[in-house]
Design a protein around this ligand. Structure first.
Ligand code: OOG
Ligand code: NI
Length: 469
């Protein structure tokens, strides 16, 4: 029997093919890649934040940084989400986390498909923020029914892709030929279509209700709306963007610049106004009509340490509290106010670790050994601290692999335009989301905790300090 290609390989082939496709579709994305590569090289050369900006196991993060991307798509129906989970499963990507964007005025909820193990993340951490339109939030009955009918009629996956998904599910993998076909077929779902599926009037009616609704409902598929490279210095990249002919949004989302980067900082360039064609009306009285649609943009991100629940709570509190101070500010002034608002968030690795605010990965230092076992503390926390102090082991922050709902809402907003801001009531729709998905989303905190715990027990075992009970 032909051997199966590993899910990690299929993911890498797919993300590289998608990056190539997007570069052709949106040339500014290609410019952004060059700029980020340039800044990363400079940052590493000057090493001010270079290798230290790479958290977990420096070596493997260095290898992944050049290919590291995240993307985003917006789906229309529960069935689409269900099949999309099977598509990502072929690439070793699982749904992690639940993001409700309704409180931020977006009629969608979402998850992030991504690899979850140390090994798979080190190979290629490709992630896709995947939202599902919540039709029930469209107030107008008639419009809601029209949207549902249009979405019901479309098929965003090719027949061949569906056949390959069945084969993957029944045989537990794909051989090389099928893996190649899978990448080609799956890419079709993410492709841009400049022909809308509805006439101009219908498009404008959805657009009026919410720009996001028009973007999801009026096209043949869920075009990839951005692909994001990872920068080692987002402030420098943001600053350099205009010289490269790119206009960034005014403020960087997420935490302020710090000595120990935490979570995720992001900025984007504005969505392009792209020409589209509406089909001729049904009576054939008029031919194709031209128009424009803004959806696709470019984004960059800088990743820092994953926070524990406790750290995350502090982050959410400080971010909420900062809102008054940063209100109406942009650029440097906004970042300065944000920095002040975050002074209560410890900014050295030792405190972050001792106070249980961030997750760490533990490894024995090369050639290190324990000389006097009897003299070591018995309490695990104290033991770890003693071993770090004696230079026997090294702790490094674990990289945050997920997204932030407030930042995501900021990214959505800056690319959909501020007009037509909406308020939706917060309703917990996680159960509906998971029913559509056909699975529970994984808890990101539990994943980080497992990875941290495993690294610590492996590390202690390597030093002959494995707990015997
Ligand atoms: C997704 C926006 C969220 C991020 O990086 O937070 C996102 C979208 O616009 O569809 O990609
Ligand atoms: Ni993004």
């Amino acid at each position: 029997m032909a051997r199966h290609v590993s899910c990690d390989d299929i993911r890498t082939r797919f993300s590289s093919a998608m990056s190539d496709m997007y570069r052709t579709e949106v040339p500014q994305y290609g410019t952004l890649l060059k700029l980020v590569a340039d800044i990363n090289a400079q940052t590493l050369y000057h090493n001010t934040r270079g290798e230290d900006a790479l958290t977990t196991r420096g070596g493997s993060e260095m290898a992944r940084i050049e290919i590291e991307r995240h993307g985003a798509i917006r789906l229309g129906t529960p069935g689409e989400l269900h099949t999309m989970r099977r598509v990502f499963a072929v690439m070793g990507m699982s749904p992690v986390g639940y993001y409700d964007l309704a409180p931020a005025g977006m009629p969608v909820h979402a998850t992030a498909f991504r690899p979850v193990t140390d090994e798979a993340l080190a190979r290629n951490p490709f992630r896709v923020f995947t939202s599902l339109l919540r039709l029930e939030l469209i107030e107008d009955d008639d419009l809601r029914a029209r949207a549902a009918a249009i979405l019901e009629r479309r098929q965003i996956f090719t027949d061949r892709l569906l056949t390959l998904l069945d084969r993957f599910d029944s045989e537990g993998g794909l051989n090389d030929e099928d893996a190649t076909a899978f990448v080609i077929e799956a890419l079709e779902t993410f492709r841009w279509h400049s022909h809308a599926t509805v006439d101009a009037e219908t498009y404008h009616a959805f657009h009026q209700a919410h720009r996001l609704i028009a973007d999801v409902v009026c096209f043949r598929g869920p075009h990839i709306n951005h692909l994001t490279p990872r920068t080692l210095d987002i402030d420098a990249t943001q600053q350099a963007m205009p010289e490269w002919g790119i206009t960034p949004k005014a403020t960087i989302e997420g935490p302020p610049r710090r000595n120990c980067p935490i979570l995720l900082r992001q900025t984007s360039f504005k969505a392009l106004e792209e020409p589209i064609l509406f089909p001729a009306d049904e009576g054939g009285k008029s031919g194709e009509e031209s128009g424009t649609h803004t959806a696709r943009f470019g984004e960059i991100e800088q990743r820092g340490a994953a926070l524990t629940r406790r750290g995350r709570k502090l982050y959410d509190q400080l971010l909420a509290a900062s809102r008054d101070a940063t209100h109406g500010l942009e650029g440097e002034a906004q970042q300065r106010a944000l920095r002040d608002a975050f002074l209560d968030f410890p900014d050295d690795e030792t405190t972050l670790r001792r106070e249980g605010l961030a997750w760490f990965d533990y490894q024995p230092n090369e050639g290190a050994s324990v000389t006097n076992v009897a003299a070591l503390p018995r309490d695990r926390g104290a033991l770890v601290e003693a071993l770090i102090e004696q230079d026997v082991i090294r702790a490094r922050p674990i990289t945050y692999e997920d997204f932030l709902p407030v930042s995501a809402a900021g990214i959505f907003r800056s690319n959909l335009g501020e007009g037509g801001a909406q308020q939706y009531a917060a309703t917990d729709s996680r159960a509906e989301f998971e029913a559509a998905l056909g699975a529970a989303v994984e808890d990101e905190f539990a994943l980080y905790e497992q990875r941290s715990e495993r690294s610590l027990s492996d590390c202690l075992a390597q030093l002959g300090l494995a707990p015997d009970a």
